[in-house]
Write a protein that binds this ligand. Structure first.
Ligand SMILES: Nc1ncnc2c1ncn2[C@@H]1O[C@H](COP(=O)(O)OP(=O)(O)OP(=O)(O)O)[C@@H](O)[C@H]1O
Ligand SMILES: [Mg+2]
Length: 494
């Protein structure tokens, strides 16, 4: 429930509550100190009067003479309409009283000893709206008589109580008003404070797929929101990047498909312009088949990449003897290499826990590139090695022109080719290295490349030291075997 209350409201309520608490604390403190001051002053006054009356009594010889000093006693209370004074003898008989008031017995019994100075007074409340501060004390008469009388004093504090009640009342009113005012001020302050957030929300609303370049203004945002704005902008950058790549990929795909399909349409149209001998049709069909084969391979590669992207490729991991698998791949390419007078040599050994067919596929993609780029009579080296922390690497190196530095970062991108014009029938689609990268990512490893201009180009597969078994995705996806993969399997696992 509280979670749904707006922050503005919460802040203003908290603000109001805090103000009320602080003001109540201050008010209570001031009230207590005022009350204490009243009590102190009343006590001091009563104590002073006791001393005065004791002084008068010290000059009286016997209790019978006490009433004779009526005049003196009257002076004690004169000008003090709220002060009551009575002098009683030891039997409780009133010798002098300034009014009819009678202090309760209990109070009189607690009277202070004649030799002691009174230090405290008592509150006496005969009825709810009457309140007195009272004091009883014994007093000795002139020394030789050895008699004592009781002084009873009471100060009517009802008026002070009324004053304190008014103060309390004002305090409550002030508190309530301050609370309401604080809530109101808090509301406006909080709303002002929330403005940057609202601005952020407005910007976020404007952002759509076609408007991903919009960014939140990080400079003019309060410190607390800076982190959020920065994270949001970073997310937008990633989204824009992914969207850009997706858009680029779609347009690349359209281009890649357009040329071979145009070729197919063109050739077929030309063939159909007139009747031709059977072997001419055959040649056209063969050429079309070659093109269709290439298209089908490209589509299979793209399917594999798409499935790998969505982690739908199930890894059938096992312990793979790299020496043996590299040998198989090299053997498969032997005829092709011989055709170009290129030698393929294998060296080193190592084992990894990986999907055997995918390892073959990665090495085969690297080797086919290497053979293609090695000058005639050159050599391609397949090397397996283990680095210090137990990770296994496979290196495929070849000589040749090498890969120019500016292309090194991009050769693993889909459809990225360096040396060919798009659509040439004999060239690859530029997906081979993208597949290698995906395969290594599926294995938790990576692929890297180094190239010296007109020197050695080396692609390295880095397998992690320990590979977790199994894989992700469903078996169903893996059963969908694309033709090129099937071709690899048949050829390489035999
Ligand atoms: N060993 C190498 N030496 C020099 N250049 C290379 C080497 N391997 C790859 N390249 C360059 O990197 C580009 C991308 O390679 P990739 O394998 O992805 O595509 P492809 O071989 O052109 O097509 P595909 O592999 O899909 O048939 C190639 O066009 C090539 O120019
Ligand atoms: Mg290739």
């Amino acid at each position: 429930m509280l979670k749904r209350v707006s922050i503005t409201l919460r802040v203003s309520l908290l603000f109001a509550l805090t103000s009320v608490f602080v003001l109540a604390g201050v008010g209570a403190f001031l009230y207590r100190s005022l009350e204490g001051q009243f009590a102190q002053r009343n006590t001091a006054e009563l104590v002073g009067k006791v001393e005065l009356v004791r002084y008068i009594l010290a000059g009286v010889r016997s209790r019978q003479d006490v009433p004779l000093r009526r005049q003196h006693f009257a002076h004690v209370v004169v000008g003090h309409p709220s002060l009551y004074l009575a002098v009683l003898d030891e039997g409780g008989e009133v010798l002098f009283a300034s009014s009819r008031l009678r202090l309760p017995e209990a109070l009189l019994r607690a009277a202070v000893d004649a030799s002691a100075a009174p230090t405290f007074t008592e509150v006496w409340q005969p009825s709810p709206d009457q309140r007195y501060r009272a004091l009883a004390a014994w007093a000795g008469l002139a020394s030789e008589t050895n008699q004592r009388v009781l002084i009873a004093l009471a100060l009517d504090t009802t008026e002070q109580q009324a004053l304190l009640a008014t103060y309390r009342h004002h305090l409550v009113v002030a508190l309530l008003s301050a609370g309401a005012l604080a809530a109101l001020v808090g509301f406006f302050v909080a709303r002002q404070g929330m403005r940057p957030l609202k601005r952020m929300a407005a910007t976020a609303y404007r952002i759509s797929a076609d408007y991903l370049s919009e960014r939140l203004d990080v400079e003019h945002v309060p410190a607390e929101l800076k982190q959020l704005a920065t994270a949001f902008n970073a997310m937008l950058t990633r989204l824009e990047d992914a969207f850009g790549r997706l858009a680029g990929f779609s347009s690349d795909l359209a281009h890649e498909l357009r040329t071979p399909i145009n070729n197919l349409v063109g050739q077929t149209q030309v063939a159909l312009t007139r009747t031709r001998p059977a072997d001419e049709y055959r040649r056209v069909l063969e050429s079309n088949l070659e093109e269709l084969d290439r298209l089908s391979r490209m589509i299979a590669d793209m399917l594999f990449l798409a499935r790998a992207d969505h982690a739908q490729v199930t890894l059938r991991t096992e312990v793979v003897d790299l020496r043996a698998e590299l040998g198989k791949v090299a053997e498969f390419y032997e005829a092709h290499a011989q055709e170009r007078s290129v030698r393929v040599v294998c060296a080193g050994e190592g084992r990894v826990t990986a999907d055997r067919l995918l390892v073959q596929r990665a090495v085969s993609n690297l080797l086919s590139n290497a053979i293609r780029h090695t000058p005639e009579g050159g050599e391609v080296e397949l090397l397996t090695a283990r680095d210090d922390d137990g990770a296994v690497m496979v290196r495929v190196s070849n000589g040749g022109h090498g890969i120019p530095r500016e292309h090194l970062g991009r050769v693993f991108d889909r459809f990225y080719r360096i040396d060919s014009a798009r659509g040439s029938v004999h060239e690859g689609a530029g997906l081979g290295l993208a597949i290698v990268r995906s395969i290594m990512a599926l294995h938790g490893g990576r692929v890297s490349v180094e190239s010296v201009p007109d020197g050695i180009t080396t692609f390295t597969l880095h397998f992690p030291a320990v590979l977790s078994g199994g894989g992700h995705g469903s078996d169903k996806a893996a059963q969908h075997t694309p033709p090129r993969e099937a071709f690899h399997r048949k050829a390489l696992t035999a």
